[in-house]
Design a protein around this ligand. Sequence first.
Ligand SMILES: NC(=O)c1ccc[n+]([C@@H]2O[C@H](COP(=O)([O-])OP(=O)(O)OC[C@H]3O[C@@H](n4cnc5c(N)ncnc54)[C@H](O)[C@@H]3O)[C@@H](O)[C@H]2O)c1
Length: 323
Amino acid sequence: MKILVAGGAGYIGSHTVKALLGEGFDVVIFDDFSTGKRDFVTGGAVIEGDLMDAAAVRKAFRTHDIGAVLHFASLIQVEESFRDPQRYYRHNLGTAMNLLEAMFEAGVRRFIFSSSAAVYGIPQRQPITEDHPVNPYNPYGVTKSMVERILQDYDRAYGLRFVSLRYFNAAGADPDGILGEMHDPETHLIPNILLSLLGKKPVLGIFGTDFPTPDGTAVRDYIHVTDLAAAHVLALRSLLGDKPSEFINLGTNVGISVLEVIRAAERVTGKPVPYKILPRREGDVPVLLASREKAERVLGWTPRLSDIETILRTAWAWHRKSV
Ligand SMILES: NC(=O)c1ccc[n+]([C@@H]2O[C@H](COP(=O)([O-])OP(=O)(O)OC[C@H]3O[C@@H](n4cnc5c(N)ncnc54)[C@H](O)[C@@H]3O)[C@@H](O)[C@H]2O)c1
């Protein structure tokens, strides 16, 4: 039995494929390499194709004996989702629907979904538990919550079993130095700090220093991508053990401000990080913190590499070598 990893050549997908291979799973990557990298394929079979192509997706299930699906392949730029929501609804819903339909046709009923803290919108309380109301603010987050709704309906109607993993801020790089984070455009803080230190990006911008936080910059919950990958393996084992469907946050419940990340980057790299202060971006909230109680209780997951120094050390090692 093989595990189909849709978007397995991307940042989080490739780290998860490496973790699955390390645990002895047989993996098939389905990716169109639109944002994924060929260098990020560390093993398994590869189907190069577009998940929007329903026939190609069905063919993958006829060619391989698939037992479960992990779906990472979505469009992920929040600002772009405001500018071009049609593209986001079409892609993020279409890819999930095509996978689910092909799965059912092949009798496969286990699905792990890359969801996001964006489903919660503006938080009413911290840390955020999974029973916090779902009220996404941006179209990207709406696509994630819509897929979550589809999953619930398909669970009731067709016996789908899913784990929807709501990631907070994924960061860091594979400790073996093989994989790392490289989006284009890059909107995430840590790679942008490192790219500016490497002279690949202009001076770093900080969006807002007037938040109601101790130093005025936004506080986020950073989770090491290898810890995220490990959680996917645990979620898969849970589904293979016939456990029920779940929504689970993946974060650490440790908040780090933008300025604290910059100071930590200076310690790790030994270089000063020049920055300029810009206005707040619309929709950015002061603090986002995950409760990790459910991930620990249901999956037996604990973060091991998610302290900010390890995140930065692994990311810096990869960036210095690969960018
Ligand atoms: N990076 C984060 O901090 C973060 C936070 C919350 C949620 N997520 C979610 O995690 C998932 C993975 O994010 P990432 O940062 O690894 O993104 P990524 O862009 O690096 O990876 C996406 C992968 O999907 C592939 N893909 C996209 N469209 C495809 C299509 N139509 N057909 C086939 N393959 C396709 C890309 O080539 C790429 O390999 C996304 O669903 C994202 O919404 C990420």
